[in-house]
Design a binder for this molecule. Structure first.
Ligand code: NAD
Ligand code: ZN
Length: 377
């Protein structure tokens, strides 16, 4: 590549301040250093986690910053020590990594890599503590090691999954966060048995992917819970059999009797701590398992009576659906290629990258599921 080893000037959407519209700027992207890869992003989507850190209401403000973590791209160049990726490889960036050497990476149970696990407050590369983005010499911070709202970005090799080059990046980009997260939360963590009853809290893309997991696992009853009544129609396409709007009841949803003693599994995909508590308390005693996926506010505390645990209700949580990004994500892409998993139904909008603020507006209004931004238009 003619650009290897050189600074690349390209367009990026910069968040200068909390809650202010992003502005498309020309940024300089430094070459990748040891164990890093520079990626040309072709498509990026917007996940609610980007919105939380842009609003920075319940999160640490780190600005100016290039957000974005759900995307697909092609390797432009690699830094020293990178052997498993080469220019031209198709990759999905992941906000949490896999070094393949630590105790977590060696454990079959964990995807919480010691070196590269998600860190929402760090705005620099782990190698040298510096940013690879700048504007007229001013550093611009990274976000969760991915910063995909840029035509080029620099990512640690451990946060990149090499995927089948035949897979259409404009579709499988949504597997790089939300859809795999929801799917894995159900299939890998909640593990509902065939014929069971599953409640899904929050019917955005992540929640509906969790619902897809429940459908694939053969759940016979799938209860969707959302504050937005419009979400029910959409959820029916994902196998939702019942819908509850907490606003329609004068008591907490966990006290609304719909099942004989509670659901077998619940998966929370809202980010709201009260929904998390409801998701836990609504599971059946003796065997019920609740899985938390939503990203809470910095100061949230989860409060429940300890008797719930004695009564054998289980509470779990997961990042990225317990998938190991490099080992497992290529297989999730293959599920799509073999038509075992549909991703098209999660993609409700598509805009050119220059209209990225439209994607933020859609998410804030609760419209649609995923909005794909095309870098080249
Ligand atoms: P989204 O905004 O599209 O969907 C969230 C849904 O939750 C909305 O439909 C909203 O109406 C509903 N909701 C909000 N508060 C609620 C409440 N109290 N009760 C019931 N429903 C409520 O967001 P998304 O992109 O689907 O992401 C969902 C959550 O998952 C976010 O918190 C996001 O940060 C988190 N997330 C976590 C991981 C992970 O690895 N753990 C990965 C990706 C996203
Ligand atoms: Zn995400």
């Amino acid at each position: 590549m003619a650009t290897a080893g050189k600074v690349i000037k390209c367009k990026a959407a910069v968040a200068w301040e909390a809650g202010k519209p992003l502005s498309i700027e020309e940024v300089e992207v430094a070459p990748p250093q040891a164990m890093e890869v520079r990626v040309k992003i072709l498509y990026t989507a917007l996940c609610h986690t980007d919105v939380y850190f842009w609003e920075a209401k319940g999160q640490t403000p780190v600005f100016p910053r290039i957000l974005g973590h759900e995307a697909g791209g092609i390797v432009e160049s690699v830094g020293e020590g990178v052997t498993e990726l080469a220019p031209g490889d198709h990759v999905l960036p992941v906000f949490t990594g896999e070094c393949k050497e630590c105790a977590h990476c060696k454990s079959e149970e964990s995807n919480m890599c010691d070196l590269l696990r998600i860190n929402v407050d760090r705005g620099v590369m782990i190698g040298d503590g510096k940013s690879r983005f700048s504007i007229n010499g001013q550093p611009i911070f990274h976000f969760v090691g991915t910063s995909t709202f840029s035509e080029y970005t620099v990512i640690h090799v451990g946060c990149l999954a090499k995927i089948n080059p035949e897979a259409p990046l404009d579709k499988v980009c949504v597997l790089s966060c939300g859809i795999s997260t929801g799917l894995g939360a159900t299939l890998n963590v909640a593990k509902p048995a065939k014929g069971s009853t599953v409640a899904i809290f929050g019917l955005g893309a992540v929640g509906l992917a969790a619902m897809e997991g429940a459908r694939l696992a053969g759940a016979s009853r799938i209860i969707g819970v959302d504050l937005n009544p419009a979400k029910y129609e959409q959820a029916k396409k994902f196998g939702c059999t019942d819908f509850v709007n907490p606003k329609d009841h004068d008591k907490p949803v966990q006290e609304v009797e719909m099942t004989n003693g509670g659901v077998d599994r619940s998966v929370e995909c809202t980010g709201n701590v009260n929904a998390m508590i409801s998701a836990f308390e609504c599971v059946h005693d003796g065997w019920g398992v609740a899985v938390l996926v939503g990203v809470p506010h910095r100061e949230d505390m989860f409060k429940t009576h300890p008797m719930n645990f004695l009564n054998e209700k289980t509470l779990k949580g997961t990042f990225f659906g317990n998938y190991k990004p490099r080992t497992d994500l290529p297989n999730v892409v293959e599920m799509y290629m073999k038509k075992e998993l549909e991703v098209e139904k999660f993609i409700t909008h598509s805009v050119p990258f220059s209209e990225i603020n439209t994607a933020f507006d859609l998410m804030l209004k609760g419209e649609g599921l995923r909005c794909i931004m095309r870098m080249e238009d």
